[in-house]
Design a protein around this ligand. Structure first.
Ligand code: AMP
Ligand code: FE
Ligand code: FE
Ligand code: ZN
Length: 276
Protein backbone atom coordinates (compact mmCIF):
# COMPACT_ATOMS: atom_id res chain seq x y z
CA UNK A 1 0.00 0.00 0.00
CA UNK A 2 1.43 3.32 -1.15
CA UNK A 3 0.77 7.05 -1.13
CA UNK A 4 1.68 10.08 -3.23
CA UNK A 5 1.68 13.18 -1.03
CA UNK A 6 2.72 15.84 -3.55
CA UNK A 7 0.28 16.54 -6.41
CA UNK A 8 -0.88 19.62 -8.33
CA UNK A 9 -4.07 20.33 -10.28
CA UNK A 10 -5.28 23.15 -12.52
CA UNK A 11 -6.22 25.05 -9.35
CA UNK A 12 -2.52 26.03 -9.44
CA UNK A 13 0.02 25.17 -12.13
CA UNK A 14 -0.92 21.54 -12.84
CA UNK A 15 -2.88 20.61 -15.96
CA UNK A 16 -5.18 17.92 -14.50
CA UNK A 17 -8.52 18.38 -12.77
CA UNK A 18 -8.77 16.84 -9.28
CA UNK A 19 -10.84 14.02 -10.82
CA UNK A 20 -8.15 13.31 -13.43
CA UNK A 21 -5.45 13.17 -10.73
CA UNK A 22 -7.53 10.66 -8.79
CA UNK A 23 -8.17 8.58 -11.94
CA UNK A 24 -4.40 8.35 -12.49
CA UNK A 25 -3.87 7.58 -8.80
CA UNK A 26 -6.44 4.81 -8.97
CA UNK A 27 -4.83 3.33 -12.10
CA UNK A 28 -1.46 3.31 -10.29
CA UNK A 29 -3.04 1.56 -7.29
CA UNK A 30 -2.45 4.27 -4.67
CA UNK A 31 -4.16 3.83 -1.30
CA UNK A 32 -3.75 7.50 -0.29
CA UNK A 33 -3.29 10.79 -2.15
CA UNK A 34 -2.66 14.35 -0.97
CA UNK A 35 -3.38 17.51 -2.96
CA UNK A 36 -0.69 20.19 -2.57
CA UNK A 37 -1.49 23.01 -4.98
CA UNK A 38 0.62 26.17 -4.62
CA UNK A 39 -0.88 28.69 -2.17
CA UNK A 40 -4.46 27.39 -2.47
CA UNK A 41 -6.82 24.70 -1.15
CA UNK A 42 -9.55 25.24 -3.74
CA UNK A 43 -9.18 21.79 -5.31
CA UNK A 44 -9.44 19.90 -2.01
CA UNK A 45 -13.22 19.53 -1.92
CA UNK A 46 -13.44 18.01 -5.40
CA UNK A 47 -10.41 15.81 -4.83
CA UNK A 48 -11.87 14.56 -1.51
CA UNK A 49 -15.11 13.58 -3.28
CA UNK A 50 -13.25 11.86 -6.13
CA UNK A 51 -11.01 9.93 -3.68
CA UNK A 52 -13.99 8.90 -1.60
CA UNK A 53 -15.73 7.48 -4.70
CA UNK A 54 -12.62 5.38 -5.42
CA UNK A 55 -12.04 4.36 -1.77
CA UNK A 56 -8.72 6.21 -1.73
CA UNK A 57 -7.72 8.01 1.45
CA UNK A 58 -7.51 11.76 0.85
CA UNK A 59 -5.21 14.14 2.71
CA UNK A 60 -5.92 17.86 2.23
CA UNK A 61 -2.82 19.96 1.74
CA UNK A 62 -1.12 22.90 0.10
CA UNK A 63 2.42 23.92 -0.89
CA UNK A 64 3.12 27.34 0.59
CA UNK A 65 5.77 29.48 -1.06
CA UNK A 66 7.94 30.78 1.76
CA UNK A 67 11.36 32.24 2.40
CA UNK A 68 14.09 31.97 4.97
CA UNK A 69 16.76 34.64 4.57
CA UNK A 70 17.68 34.62 0.88
CA UNK A 71 16.30 31.13 0.27
CA UNK A 72 12.94 30.34 -1.30
CA UNK A 73 11.48 27.35 0.50
CA UNK A 74 8.30 25.41 -0.12
CA UNK A 75 6.46 24.35 3.01
CA UNK A 76 3.89 21.61 2.58
CA UNK A 77 0.90 21.74 4.92
CA UNK A 78 -1.14 18.56 5.50
CA UNK A 79 -4.29 17.61 7.35
CA UNK A 80 -5.31 21.16 8.22
CA UNK A 81 -8.82 22.62 8.30
CA UNK A 82 -9.29 23.82 4.69
CA UNK A 83 -11.87 26.35 5.90
CA UNK A 84 -9.65 27.90 8.58
CA UNK A 85 -10.25 31.70 8.26
CA UNK A 86 -6.67 32.89 8.75
CA UNK A 87 -5.25 30.17 6.49
CA UNK A 88 -7.67 31.30 3.77
CA UNK A 89 -7.01 35.02 4.26
CA UNK A 90 -3.22 34.50 4.16
CA UNK A 91 -3.58 32.40 1.01
CA UNK A 92 -5.76 35.10 -0.58
CA UNK A 93 -3.00 37.65 0.09
CA UNK A 94 -0.40 35.52 -1.67
CA UNK A 95 -2.78 34.74 -4.53
CA UNK A 96 -3.08 38.53 -5.11
CA UNK A 97 0.73 38.74 -5.07
CA UNK A 98 0.87 35.97 -7.70
CA UNK A 99 -1.67 37.78 -9.92
CA UNK A 100 0.23 41.08 -9.74
CA UNK A 101 3.48 39.27 -10.49
CA UNK A 102 1.95 37.86 -13.70
CA UNK A 103 1.14 41.44 -14.77
CA UNK A 104 4.70 42.57 -13.95
CA UNK A 105 6.31 39.65 -15.81
CA UNK A 106 4.18 40.23 -18.91
CA UNK A 107 5.07 43.95 -18.83
CA UNK A 108 8.77 42.99 -18.81
CA UNK A 109 8.23 40.53 -21.68
CA UNK A 110 6.46 43.26 -23.69
CA UNK A 111 9.29 45.70 -22.92
CA UNK A 112 11.68 43.14 -24.43
CA UNK A 113 9.73 43.50 -27.69
CA UNK A 114 7.79 40.25 -27.36
CA UNK A 115 4.03 40.67 -27.76
CA UNK A 116 1.95 38.81 -25.17
CA UNK A 117 -1.52 39.74 -23.93
CA UNK A 118 -1.75 39.53 -20.13
CA UNK A 119 -5.41 38.48 -20.45
CA UNK A 120 -4.36 35.46 -22.49
CA UNK A 121 -2.23 34.36 -19.50
CA UNK A 122 -5.09 34.85 -17.03
CA UNK A 123 -7.54 33.03 -19.34
CA UNK A 124 -5.14 30.13 -19.75
CA UNK A 125 -4.38 29.99 -16.01
CA UNK A 126 -8.05 30.31 -15.03
CA UNK A 127 -7.16 30.02 -11.33
CA UNK A 128 -6.43 32.21 -8.32
CA UNK A 129 -2.83 31.06 -7.89
CA UNK A 130 -1.24 31.59 -11.31
CA UNK A 131 2.52 31.18 -11.72
CA UNK A 132 5.39 31.24 -14.15
CA UNK A 133 4.34 27.99 -15.88
CA UNK A 134 1.17 29.76 -17.06
CA UNK A 135 3.23 32.59 -18.58
CA UNK A 136 5.44 29.94 -20.24
CA UNK A 137 2.42 28.10 -21.64
CA UNK A 138 0.94 31.37 -22.96
CA UNK A 139 4.26 32.20 -24.66
CA UNK A 140 4.25 28.80 -26.38
CA UNK A 141 0.58 29.14 -27.34
CA UNK A 142 1.27 32.58 -28.85
CA UNK A 143 4.13 31.10 -30.89
CA UNK A 144 6.76 33.21 -29.10
CA UNK A 145 8.59 30.17 -27.68
CA UNK A 146 8.80 26.60 -28.92
CA UNK A 147 8.82 24.98 -25.48
CA UNK A 148 8.23 25.66 -21.80
CA UNK A 149 11.95 25.15 -21.19
CA UNK A 150 12.77 27.82 -23.77
CA UNK A 151 10.34 30.23 -22.08
CA UNK A 152 12.01 29.64 -18.70
CA UNK A 153 15.53 29.87 -20.13
CA UNK A 154 14.90 33.06 -22.11
CA UNK A 155 12.60 34.93 -19.75
CA UNK A 156 11.37 33.36 -16.54
CA UNK A 157 14.15 31.66 -14.60
CA UNK A 158 15.56 33.50 -11.59
CA UNK A 159 17.60 36.48 -12.81
CA UNK A 160 16.42 36.11 -16.43
CA UNK A 161 15.05 39.36 -17.94
CA UNK A 162 11.34 38.85 -17.20
CA UNK A 163 11.80 37.22 -13.78
CA UNK A 164 10.14 39.16 -11.01
CA UNK A 165 10.80 38.30 -7.36
CA UNK A 166 7.75 37.28 -5.37
CA UNK A 167 6.80 38.55 -1.90
CA UNK A 168 6.58 35.47 0.29
CA UNK A 169 5.65 34.63 3.83
CA UNK A 170 8.51 33.65 6.09
CA UNK A 171 9.01 29.92 6.52
CA UNK A 172 8.54 30.30 10.28
CA UNK A 173 5.20 32.07 9.71
CA UNK A 174 4.14 29.33 7.29
CA UNK A 175 4.83 26.66 9.93
CA UNK A 176 2.88 28.60 12.58
CA UNK A 177 -0.04 29.19 10.21
CA UNK A 178 -0.27 25.50 9.30
CA UNK A 179 -0.25 24.55 13.00
CA UNK A 180 -2.90 27.16 13.79
CA UNK A 181 -5.10 25.53 11.12
CA UNK A 182 -4.57 22.13 12.79
CA UNK A 183 -2.08 20.75 10.28
CA UNK A 184 1.43 19.39 9.94
CA UNK A 185 4.27 21.37 8.32
CA UNK A 186 6.75 19.59 6.05
CA UNK A 187 9.77 20.94 4.20
CA UNK A 188 9.27 20.20 0.48
CA UNK A 189 12.03 18.82 -1.78
CA UNK A 190 15.01 20.07 0.30
CA UNK A 191 17.37 18.54 -2.26
CA UNK A 192 16.30 21.24 -4.74
CA UNK A 193 16.68 24.14 -2.32
CA UNK A 194 20.10 23.15 -1.00
CA UNK A 195 19.88 25.00 2.29
CA UNK A 196 20.24 22.31 4.95
CA UNK A 197 21.63 24.96 7.31
CA UNK A 198 18.08 26.31 7.84
CA UNK A 199 16.71 22.95 9.05
CA UNK A 200 17.63 23.42 12.75
CA UNK A 201 15.78 26.78 12.78
CA UNK A 202 12.72 25.25 11.10
CA UNK A 203 12.75 22.40 13.61
CA UNK A 204 12.85 24.92 16.46
CA UNK A 205 9.80 26.61 14.90
CA UNK A 206 7.95 23.27 14.99
CA UNK A 207 8.64 21.69 11.58
CA UNK A 208 7.00 18.25 11.60
CA UNK A 209 8.63 16.50 8.68
CA UNK A 210 10.82 16.44 5.59
CA UNK A 211 9.88 15.33 2.07
CA UNK A 212 12.68 12.79 1.67
CA UNK A 213 11.25 11.09 -1.42
CA UNK A 214 10.70 13.34 -4.43
CA UNK A 215 10.99 12.85 -8.19
CA UNK A 216 14.10 15.03 -8.31
CA UNK A 217 15.86 13.43 -5.31
CA UNK A 218 18.47 10.77 -6.07
CA UNK A 219 18.72 7.68 -3.86
CA UNK A 220 21.64 9.34 -2.07
CA UNK A 221 19.67 12.56 -1.51
CA UNK A 222 16.74 10.60 -0.09
CA UNK A 223 19.11 8.69 2.24
CA UNK A 224 20.72 11.96 3.35
CA UNK A 225 17.34 13.46 4.36
CA UNK A 226 16.18 10.20 5.96
CA UNK A 227 19.21 10.54 8.23
CA UNK A 228 18.25 14.11 9.09
CA UNK A 229 14.68 13.04 9.98
CA UNK A 230 16.19 10.42 12.33
CA UNK A 231 18.49 13.00 13.88
CA UNK A 232 15.60 15.37 14.71
CA UNK A 233 12.77 12.86 15.13
CA UNK A 234 10.84 14.21 12.13
CA UNK A 235 8.21 12.61 9.92
CA UNK A 236 9.18 11.25 6.51
CA UNK A 237 7.01 12.14 3.51
CA UNK A 238 7.26 11.80 -0.26
CA UNK A 239 5.51 12.54 -3.49
CA UNK A 240 5.91 12.88 -7.23
CA UNK A 241 5.23 16.66 -7.52
CA UNK A 242 3.15 15.75 -10.58
CA UNK A 243 1.98 18.82 -12.54
CA UNK A 244 -0.09 16.79 -15.03
CA UNK A 245 0.99 16.84 -18.66
CA UNK A 246 3.16 19.94 -18.35
CA UNK A 247 6.33 17.82 -18.30
CA UNK A 248 5.23 15.62 -21.24
CA UNK A 249 4.35 12.58 -19.16
CA UNK A 250 2.60 12.67 -15.78
CA UNK A 251 5.01 12.06 -12.89
CA UNK A 252 2.38 10.39 -10.70
CA UNK A 253 3.45 6.80 -9.99
CA UNK A 254 7.15 7.69 -9.89
CA UNK A 255 7.21 7.93 -6.09
CA UNK A 256 5.47 5.29 -3.99
CA UNK A 257 5.59 6.23 -0.32
CA UNK A 258 4.89 3.22 1.92
CA UNK A 259 1.58 3.78 3.72
CA UNK A 260 3.07 3.38 7.22
CA UNK A 261 4.51 6.89 6.85
CA UNK A 262 0.96 8.18 6.32
CA UNK A 263 -0.18 6.42 9.48
CA UNK A 264 2.67 8.08 11.40
CA UNK A 265 1.47 11.45 10.11
CA UNK A 266 -2.03 10.77 11.41
CA UNK A 267 -0.63 9.94 14.85
CA UNK A 268 1.48 13.11 14.84
CA UNK A 269 -1.54 15.15 13.88
CA UNK A 270 -3.59 13.72 16.74
CA UNK A 271 -0.71 14.44 19.11
CA UNK A 272 -0.54 18.06 17.90
CA UNK A 273 -4.31 18.46 18.27
CA UNK A 274 -4.05 17.27 21.89
CA UNK A 275 -1.34 19.86 22.63
CA UNK A 276 -2.49 22.91 24.63
P1 AMP B 1 6.25 30.29 -9.47
O1 AMP B 1 5.46 29.67 -8.37
O2 AMP B 1 5.46 31.24 -10.30
O3 AMP B 1 7.57 30.87 -9.02
O4 AMP B 1 6.62 29.10 -10.47
C1 AMP B 1 7.28 27.97 -9.98
C2 AMP B 1 6.87 26.74 -10.75
O5 AMP B 1 7.44 26.80 -12.05
C3 AMP B 1 7.38 25.45 -10.14
O6 AMP B 1 6.45 24.91 -9.25
C4 AMP B 1 7.54 24.55 -11.33
O7 AMP B 1 6.29 23.92 -11.54
C5 AMP B 1 7.75 25.49 -12.50
N1 AMP B 1 9.13 25.58 -13.02
C6 AMP B 1 10.21 26.11 -12.43
N2 AMP B 1 11.29 26.05 -13.25
C7 AMP B 1 10.87 25.49 -14.41
C8 AMP B 1 11.50 25.14 -15.66
N3 AMP B 1 12.79 25.39 -15.89
N4 AMP B 1 10.74 24.56 -16.62
C9 AMP B 1 9.42 24.32 -16.40
N5 AMP B 1 8.78 24.60 -15.25
C10 AMP B 1 9.49 25.17 -14.27
FE1 FE C 1 4.49 24.16 -9.55
FE1 FE D 1 7.83 23.06 -4.85
ZN1 ZN E 1 4.96 21.17 -6.00
Amino acid sequence: MFADLHLHTFFSDGTFSPEEVVAHGKRMGFAALALTDHDTVEGCERMAAACSAEHIEFIPGSELTAEFGDHELHILGYHFDTKHPRLLSEMAKFQAVRQQRIRDMVTRINELGVPLDVNSVFELANCRAPGRPHVARALVKAGQCTSLDEAFERFLKRHRPAWVPKAKMSALEAITLIHEAGGLAVMAHPGLNKCDEVIPELVKAGLDGIECYHTKHSTNTAAHYLNITKQYGLLVTGGSDCHGMSKGKPLIGGIKLPIHYVHKMQKAREKRAAMP
